[in-house]
Design a binder for this molecule. Structure first.
Ligand SMILES: [Zn+2]
Length: 346
């Protein structure tokens, strides 16, 4: 038994003892958790008890954005040792699956992902995880930054899917945590400048502190009008939908240039309509992003190089004992909060 932040059912959290797997198999490492980020999906399970087909049916430990220290290694583990500071990829696929063999292990139907029912997450002091999905942190990357790799990996996957070319102009709809991660990854991936839109002045201010990211307040002017003006009427080369709002789909292809790419990152709660003719008439390439595959190493390279600084996005840190407070704060949805983290190791 160990302490953990348990989502008992929709709306009910408790910090209590729970039985979690402790067996370290030959390919596993045991990690002492240091820091865990609070993710929108964790908060959504807390407030709604479900995300699409994933429904909470029994108590589940939350948390999937984590960093910590290796305290035990399985007999077959190479490349990691006790004392290594690491972050972990929360989805573990079946490595013999057809999807894994294709390198698309993120869409393996058998993937087991932390804090996605019925799999427990990692808001708890120790976790056992396959070494293959555990990544050593460079010395200049803190645990707090290590716990940011997971959400940043989604931005990196989006930038990868976009097939950015050096000098592209990017546009991101939505300046929430994922929108900002996407914009940073698009810049790191070669975009010369990235416009980002939102309704919230607070969120835009946070996004706009980064050189190269240009905030656009859509309560003042339509995003498409600004993009047209700034690109001589041509449109952005790569556009990312990171709001999940059905409203974003109206006129979405006005943002993108002929032959450009439109990358869907945000998850609308309901089916949405979109303008097929608008896409076809520009031969827009549409891409989708589900989590990430083969991204963590690159994300760590970028963070360690100093080319991507995620530290300003960590806007609050709570002690493990205050985990429930952290979730209440996150559920309240303050526009000035980007990423709240929980320091599990006290
Ligand atoms: Zn997350």
């Amino acid at each position: 038994m160990q302490q953990a932040l348990v989502l008992e059912k929709k709306g009910v959290l408790s910090l209590r003892e729970i039985d979690l797997p402790t067996q370290v198999r030959p390919g596993d490492v045991k990690i002492e958790i240091d820091t865990v980020g609070v993710c929108g999906s964790d908060v959504h399970y807390y407030t709604h008890g479900a995300i699409g087909p994933y429904v909470l049916r029994e108590p589940m430990v939350l948390g999937h954005e984590a960093a910590g220290t290796v305290v035990q290694v399985g007999a077959d583990v190479k490349g990691l040792k006790v004392g290594d500071r690491v972050c972990m990829e929360p989805g573990v696929p079946n490595l013999s699956s057809r999807a894994s063999k294709l390198g698309l292990y993120n869409v393996d139907p058998d993937v087991r992902f932390w804090a996605t029912p019925p799999i427990h997450g990692v808001l708890t002091p120790y976790v056992v995880h396959p070494a293959a999905f555990t990544y050593r942190l460079p010395d200049n990357v803190s645990f707090a930054e290590g716990a940011m790799v997971e959400p940043f990996a989604i931005g990196m996957q989006a930038a990868t899917r976009a097939r950015i070319q050096p000098g592209d102009v990017g546009a991101v709809i939505g300046a929430g945590p994922i929108g900002i991660m996407v914009a940073l990854a698009a810049l790191a991936g070669g975009c010369a400048r990235v416009f980002i839109s939102d309704l919230s002045a607070d969120k835009l201010k946070i996004a706009g502190q980064y050189p190269g990211i240009i905030p656009v307040d859509v309560t003042e002017r339509p995003f498409a009008e600004v993009i047209a003006e700034k690109t001589g009427g041509w449109g952005a080369d790569v556009v990312f939908e990171a709001s999940g709002s059905s409203r974003a789909f109206k006129g979405m292809f006005d943002l993108v240039r002929p032959g450009g790419a439109f990358v869907l990152v945000g998850l609308p709660v309901e089916p949405v309509e979109f303008d097929v003719a608008g896409a076809i008439s520009k031969e827009v390439r549409i891409e989708t992003v589900f989590r990430y595959a083969n991204i963590f190493d690159r994300a760590l390279e970028l963070i360690a190089s100093g080319k991507v600084d995620l530290k300003p996005l960590i806007t609050g840190t709570f002690g493990f004992r205050d985990s429930i407070k952290a979730f209440e704060r996150a559920a309240a949805g303050h526009a000035s909060d980007v990423k709240l983290q929980i320091k599990v190791k006290e």
